[in-house]
Design a protein around this ligand. Structure first.
Ligand code: URP
Ligand code: ZN
Ligand code: ZN
Length: 492
């Protein structure tokens, strides 16, 4: 069959393992994989000496989010360009209702932000912020093509906070609809108390950014995860813990999964590569994010959890604020907009600190960045793997070439980076999105507005694998897809 494009001679990572060879593309789809495809008449992309991996899904992103008195500085133009440069071909943002809005209005608002601006494909998690009003709207959002919902256990002042009743009720609905509840797990009341204790004018003056680590000990996250897990266990509703940052949380997830609780955990790359010593820096306030950065022991446990399987996904929680926006704190920690830039560096950081440092294999990294998120979020097999029939979302990276992180040379609107000066391998030399080259020679060449919204009908483990709870109990934690041979993966 003649191909439109052939990617030639790369180390191609498929769900069945890696092979050196070619990928044939027709239109938006992968149509063949093989050792030496006939490229007559096709546009050829040379990939020898490179890894050819599935496009990354960053399933935790906040673009142009009004939050803590500011609006996050990456929008759908800069955020999706940043993603593409970092090999991200799909993102999932959070549609959060503005004051008084229905779930449907929230989604409409987020569609308006994205349409005509997005370079890569996208969808939204729908945020349930006022249970009594929103609970009867959830079914309608499933019918509109949304299969993941989100509740925050904190952020009362933003009007976003959910209580146990809301989580329990939503998880019951998730079980019924085959959809999934994402939870930001931090223990609100105790956190409020610790903030009130520590964030006094005297303490803020004395400790500055270091107060962040003092007011958010690990038990703030661990208790909340434990409670959310209890409601998942009680309802058998699919739960997904976002941005898990602690060793204790990871232990809770492992134990819950071994009991067959349908809980999945995500961490973010900043919790894997940064620790709370950054708060001792003069510009330590820039690193304010929620949950805050933890200790080296937590990092090591999260890496171990990725390897062991109890941590299924690495994302970014991109919520960019510029230096000027962060400056708004003027020494008052309660006024600082929380969040970090991330889309552009997710793959380079995970590749450099994970694969090159020997913590993950290349295949494991692809499972955590692409295949697992696609499966869990109801986008597989269209997204998440290099296989026949999938969208041709493909990233070509050099195994060793490093690029220095220089904020002013990046696509993000952030004028600083937590990784400023770091030498990272794994930036995209070439990114293809649905068969179109959108990054070429490390430069973004794709046009704003070509990205498409992705409808979904299911999410979580049962929807993606056909597993029942009983099968899950006998299997243990989610592991990367295992296919016995190349043929089964559709390799020609
Ligand atoms: O600091 C963060 N993470 N900002 C975004 C909101 C959230 O909690 O995810
Ligand atoms: Zn959060
Ligand atoms: Zn977030």
């Amino acid at each position: 069959m003649p191909f439109d494009r052939v990617i030639k001679g790369g180390n191609v990572v498929t769900p069945a393992g890696a092979f050196v060879g070619d990928i044939g593309i027709n239109g938006e789809k992968i149509t063949a994989l093989g050792a030496a495809l006939d490229a007559t008449g096709a546009k050829v992309i040379e990939a020898s000496g490179h890894h050819v991996i599935p496009g990354v899904l960053d399933v935790h992103v906040h673009l142009a989010l009004p939050f803590m008195g500011a609006v996050s500085a990456d929008d759908y133009i800069t955020g999706t360009r940043a993603g593409a440069r970092g090999g991200v071909t799909t993102l999932i943002d959070f549609a959060i209702p503005y004051k008084g809005d229905s779930l449907s209005q929230a989604v409409d608002n987020w569609h308006k932000k994205a349409e005509g601006n997005a370079l890569i494909d996208y969808t939204f998690h729908v945020c349930v912020t006022r249970w009594d009003e929103h609970k009867d709207q959830i079914r309608g959002m499933v019918d509109r093509g949304f299969s993941t919902f989100k509740e925050f256990m904190i952020y009362e002042s933003e009007g976003w906070q959910s209580d146990d009743r809301a989580m329990f009720g939503t998880l019951e609905k998730m079980k019924e609809y085959g959809s999934m509840l994402l939870v930001h797990a931090e223990s609100a009341r105790v956190l409020d108390e610790l903030i009130a204790r520590y964030h006094t004018p005297e303490m803020m003056k004395r400790y500055g950014a270091r107060l962040h680590r003092m007011s958010r000990p690990n038990f703030i996250e661990a208790e909340a995860i434990q409670r959310a897990v209890a409601w998942s266990e009680a309802t058998d509703g699919q739960l997904y813990i976002v941005h898990m940052s602690t060793a204790e949380g990871t232990d809770i997830i492992r134990s819950a999964q071994s009991r067959g609780v349908p809980v999945i955990a995500e961490t973010c790359v900043q919790y894997l590569v940064l620790d709370d010593s950054v708060f001792d820096r003069e510009d330590g306030h820039l690193y304010a994010c929620c949950p805050q950065l933890k200790k080296r022991e937590d990092q090591e446990r999260l890496w171990k959890g990725l390897k062991g399987g109890e941590v299924s996904v690495v994302s970014t929680d991109t919520c960019t604020f510029t230096r000027e926006q962060k400056e708004g704190w003027k020494g008052d920690w309660t006024k600082i907009p929380m969040g970090l830039p991330g889309l552009e560096t997710l793959l380079p950081l995970t590749y450099t600190n994970g694969v090159l440092d020997g913590r993950l294999t290349l295949e494991e990294m692809c499972a955590k960045l692409s295949t697992n998120p696609a499966k869990i979020m109801g986008l597989y097999p269209r997204k998440g793997a290099i296989q026949v029939g999938a969208d041709a979302d493909i990233v070509i990276i050099h195994p060793a070439t490093r690029h220095k992180v220089v904020p002013k040379e990046m696509e993000t609107n952030a004028d600083w980076s937590p990784y400023d000066g770091w030498d990272l391998a794994g930036f995209a030399r070439t990114t293809l999105s649905r068969g179109e080259v959108i990054v070429d020679g490390y430069k973004v060449v794709g046009k704003a507005g070509r990205g498409q919204w992705l409808p979904r009908t299911f999410a979580g483990l049962e929807g993606t694998t056909g597993e029942t709870s009983a099968m899950r109990m006998s299997r243990g934690p989610l592991s990367p897809l295992r296919v016995s041979d190349l043929e089964a993966a559709g390799i020609a």
